[in-house]
Design a protein around this ligand. Structure first.
Ligand SMILES: *[C@@H]1O[C@H](CO)[C@@H](O)[C@H](O)[C@H]1NC(C)=O
Length: 332
């Protein structure tokens, strides 16, 4: 079966199901990524991904790890649909022979797909990040209060007692994504939802340029013969490898995007006026290594997400649902 014969609606179903399964599996790691990326030197609440997950469960419960997941679950279908469909569309129109594409044209198709996808990705990330980061801000605030009062105990016991009783750690307001979206649109208009659009493009366009050709070429290596397609585990592995490679490559842009989109800052956390300001402040205050924050988490998030997507495509759940064509299971 060649790629061009698969109908668009079938692809949309495949992409949507893959997205929902993927989000359910890896959302906690995504949450850890956001929190690690937002930590500044010297006031770390979390030491590593595991430390972050353990502390999150302890203070926010198991569902705490899924704070913001509803945003992804709702919007991942339209988002993935746009990206996969756009990529197919551009690949199809760029190939005049009906056969394979040159690497350059593959890149072009991936790039155009990334540009289309961003329309949904940016507001989605915007809402997700506020929800994911709320627990870190609360933990940081608590830590600061505890540290301040411990210091005071050492210097002045009487003062500290009166101080302690006066300090109220405000519990994080449990706001929903819809509330945040409403508030943003009311105060800043629709553009409030598109904060970090530039950074999102800087991340997603290069991501696609790396991902799609890398996937296509890796996947080709597994073909038993030029006419046959690669076995399903090969598609899965190709998706994982291409996805995590691309994710790590664009991680610096992801750090910038997370920082720009985080509306609430902890104490001593600077605000940024735009991409250039953000990059220079991070460089100055935290050094170049800060751009790698969350890179491991991102690889762990993206690899299964893209591997699962490729498997859904391969198995053809969409085709099965739409016209009852047989599922392609383990047989290649
Ligand atoms: C949630 O959606 C955003 C926006 O597309 C994406 O970057 C992120 O990887 C998604 N997270 C998960 C766990 O699916």
């Amino acid at each position: 079966m060649s790629q061009q014969q698969i109908s668009l609606p079938a692809k949309l179903i495949n992409g949507g199901i893959a997205g929902i399964v993927g989000v359910t599996c890896v959302f906690p790691i995504d949450l850890a990524k956001t929190r690690l990326q937002n930590q500044r030197q010297g006031q770390q609440v979390y030491k590593s991904m595991m430390d972050c997950l353990v502390k999150t469960v302890r203070s926010e419960g198991y569902f705490g790890m899924y704070r913001g997941a509803a945003v992804n679950l709702t919007l991942v279908t339209p988002e993935k649909a746009i990206k996969l469909a756009a990529n197919d569309f551009f690949r199809h129109h760029l190939s005049n022979t009906g056969k394979g594409l040159t690497v350059f044209k593959e890149m072009l198709a991936g790039c155009a797909a990334g540009m289309c996808q961003v329309v949904i990705t940016t507001p989605m990330e915007m809402l997700k990040i506020q929800l994911q980061d709320a627990g870190r801000l609360a933990a940081q605030q608590q830590k600061t209060v505890v540290m301040t009062s411990t210091k005071l105990v050492a210097t002045n016991a009487v003062l500290s007692r009166s101080y302690n009783s006066g300090i109220v750690v405000s519990a994080p307001r449990a706001v929903s994504a819809t509330q945040i979206a409403k508030e943003l649109v009311q105060t800043q208009g629709v553009k409030g939802l598109y904060r970090g659009l530039g950074a999102t493009l800087m991340r997603d366009v290069p991501f696609s340029i790396v991902y799609f050709p890398l996937f296509a070429n890796l996947n080709n290596l597994g073909k038993p013969s030029p006419e046959e397609s690669s076995p399903f585990y090969w598609a899965f592995l190709s998706g994982c490898i291409a996805g995590s490679t691309a994710a790590v490559a664009v991680n610096p842009c992801d750090v910038v995007k997370t920082r720009l989109q985080s509306l609430n800052k902890g104490c001593n956390e600077e605000t940024y006026n735009g991409v250039v300001d953000c990059i220079s402040k991070i460089m100055r205050k935290e050094g170049p290594s800060a751009f790698l924050k969350g890179a491991g988490c991102r690889a762990l998030v993206i690899a299964p997400l893209f591997g699962i997507a490729q498997v859904m495509y391969f198995v053809g759940v969409g085709e099965y649902i739409l016209d009852n064509s047989p599922l392609r299971m383990l047989s290649a």
